[in-house]
Design a protein around this ligand. Structure first.
Ligand SMILES: [Zn+2]
Length: 262
């Protein structure tokens, strides 16, 4: 089935996996019903890359920030000033992606927390929402969200229904990727049922997280319907309705006026 009005609220088109055909993929998205994309950065280098993409394509918006994986390598010197400078670009709609990753632990946990906290404060100062990556770090993420009370999104949600409810109470939006279609997704599907229709977001996190039946392939925003269909099924609605709600929610949290996109 074909859908229209798809908002991929989290995609990494600056990733090297798109180096051979990036413009072809991006130019074809509209034909497949994808009308909006937010491309978050992971480190200072990808901040520049995402800004190039969002200046080239009207339908792409950017988020700038330093991911926990890069906290150790990039969170030094005047890094925060650089993020702040990037955030002045008019296509920047959020600080992200930022957060904590205790699965890979690529940066020491104390350094992750320091870099995360600094960017939560920056987002509040700039009145921008945050895009939070929380992998096996729910308790510490929750603690910092409670402390700084940002507006924003828990992206590629991977927690329980109980954790989702905690974040919802703090006003956060919850983003779901293709991981809801994976075999072991039972806990995640219970969480997806706990999110009200005005707080749910659809995202790919591409090039990763391709939904079943595309699992293992390079993902892009055209695969969102497979995620939407699974979520709709578990929530007792239809994919069309879910895609519409997710579009409105995405525009609301990122402060995007869909009329601005040609
Ligand atoms: Zn991501």
């Amino acid at each position: 089935m074909e859908y229209k009005g798809i908002f991929d609220t989290h995609a990494h088109y600056d990733d090297e996996k798109f180096n051979d055909d990036r413009d072809t993929v991006l130019s074809n998205l509209a034909e497949h019903g994808v009308s909006l994309v937010v491309n978050p950065a992971c480190d200072l280098e990808s901040c520049e890359k995402t800004l190039e993409l969002s200046s080239k394509y009207d339908f792409i918006y950017s988020a700038v920030g330093v991911h926990p994986h890069s906290a150790e390598s990039d969170g030094n010197g005047d890094w925060l000033e650089k993020v702040k400078e990037f955030a002045k670009n008019k296509k920047v709609v959020a600080i992200g992606e930022i957060g904590l990753d205790y699965h890979y632990d690529f940066s020491p946990r104390e350094k992750q927390k320091e870099v995360f906290a600094a960017q939560l404060q920056l987002a509040n100062e700039l009145e921008l929402p945050v895009i939070i990556h929380d992998r096996e770090a729910h308790a510490d993420t929750l603690e910092l969200v409670k402390k700084y009370r940002p507006k924003g999104i828990i992206h590629c949600f991977s927690g329980s229904a109980e954790t989702a409810r905690e974040f919802l109470k703090l006003g956060m939006y919850i983003g779901f990727t293709g991981s809801v279609t994976f075999k072991n997704a039972n806990k995640l599907l219970l969480a997806a049922q706990a999110v009200p229709e005005d707080r749910i977001l659809l995202e790919t996190d591409c090039p990763y997280m391709a939904p079943v039946p595309y699992r293992g392939q390079r993902c892009d925003s055209r695969l969102i319907p497979a995620t939407a269909e699974k979520l709709a099924e578990i929530r007792g609605t239809d994919a069309r309705t879910l895609i519409d709600h997710a579009f409105e929610n995405g525009c609301r949290i990122y402060g995007i006026n869909p009329e601005d996109i040609k």
